[in-house]
Write a protein that binds this ligand. Structure first.
Ligand code: SF4
Ligand code: SF4
Length: 110
């Protein structure tokens, strides 16, 4: 019969396998993005849900959140925030792209 320690060991192995897979996928995504001095981040407003993840990872204070009216006429939401990139302080590091859960951020030519 399978014992609890066996299950915990199997779970740890599976967690490590999934972590390696996710890290590998992130590394591939990161390598495929343009970045550096010639690039700047850009937020697709319609895909931004205002979750604040990008501002947390940006070390250069290059992202600010602003309030905007909610587009839908069937919902009433008091706070509807969107992210905006400040071009000058953005260093093109790409961290915000990797952090955004809705793929709302692109890297574009500066
Ligand atoms: S690319 Fe880097 S510096 Fe520019 S907004 Fe994103 S996290 Fe900040
Ligand atoms: S992480 Fe993405 S969805 Fe969240 S505030 Fe930033 S741009 Fe918007």
């Amino acid at each position: 019969m399978t014992e609890i320690p066996d299950l915990l060991e199997r779970r740890a192995v599976e967690q490590a396998r999934i972590r390696r897979l996710l890290n590998s996928m992130k590394a591939e995504e990161e390598a495929s993005l343009k970045g550096g001095d010639d690039a700047v981040a850009w937020v697709k407003e319609e895909q931004c849900i205002g979750c604040d993840q990008c501002t947390i990872v940006c070390d250069d204070d290059a992202i600010e959140l602003y309030d905007t009216p909610l587009a839908s006429p069937i919902m009433s939401v008091d706070v509807n925030r969107k992210a905006r990139i400040l071009r000058d302080p953005c260093t093109g590091c790409k961290l915000c792209v990797l952090a955004c859960p809705t793929d709302a951020i692109l890297m574009i030519d500066r």
